[in-house]
Write a protein that binds this ligand. Sequence first.
Ligand code: NDP
Ligand code: 8X3
Length: 249
Amino acid sequence: MSKTAFITGATSGFGLAATHRFVAAGWKVVAAGRRAARLQALVDELGAGNVHAACFDVRDSAAMDAALAALPAGFADIDLLVNNAGLALGTAPAQDASLDDWRTMIDTNITALVTLTHRLLPTLIARKGVVINVSSVAGVHPYPGGNVYGGTKAFVSQFSLNLRSDLHGTGVRVTTIEPGMAQTEFTLVRTHGNQAASDALYRDAAPITAEDIAEQILYVATLPPHLNINRLEVMPVSQSFAGFQVHRS
Ligand code: NDP
Ligand code: 8X3
């Protein structure tokens, strides 16, 4: 019998690629996101028996609850939660950053992620399921302008490890995937729609692709049930680390 994945952020990037990859591997997918037309296109392309569209803003807990209550038979028994919806907004230093942007990142990357996890834990425990949380290298390695975005992803990584501790003995597995630079709509969103900046970042850098991460998510989700990858940090070969900065008077 096929398993069911609940994938947030399925309208673009990692989540979209993962939806395609999991359906190709024989899974059913609850595909979540705000852009209804993109979700409907996924259902049309991959089939209503394989994909259920869950259209809601993850920051709206009432809408989240309604979407969960509306899961049809065949999509309600969730074996895998992929908490992938998220965003960075801005690259300015903290002192110049927008507080509204900070709050949006916290609401989306942290509050919504823990809310959906809390809602689905009973089902995941009953089914000895898997939680895969999409964090980032930005949650591990500091960089200028990473401020709240990196902070939200550090939360995701630590929350995931703590979740593992609490779920000890339940058979539920928890993994954080921490990608580096990947070409998706991420930079377009981060720069508030600056396509030239997005193109410039990825040009000639051979970044990670959405399909690369989808493959990693499937790999983690289909490990033998006695194995748990705690953290999986993945970078393109073209990206590495720079040294500390020193200010001289
Ligand atoms: P994209 O911008 O391509 O995709 C982001 C997805 O998140 C979209 O499907 C979007 O759907 C969804 N989303 C954002 N806000 C909300 C919301 N309020 N409610 C519901 N859905 C929402 O970026 P990526 O695929 O790159 O990003 C996926 C995850 O990967 C994010 O958590 C990001 O932080 C992380 N990441 C990305 C990296 C990169 O370099 N690209 C590297 C490391 C981590 P919609 O707009 O339709 O609601
Ligand atoms: C996205 C990766 O390096 O742009 O999380 O912060 S990075």
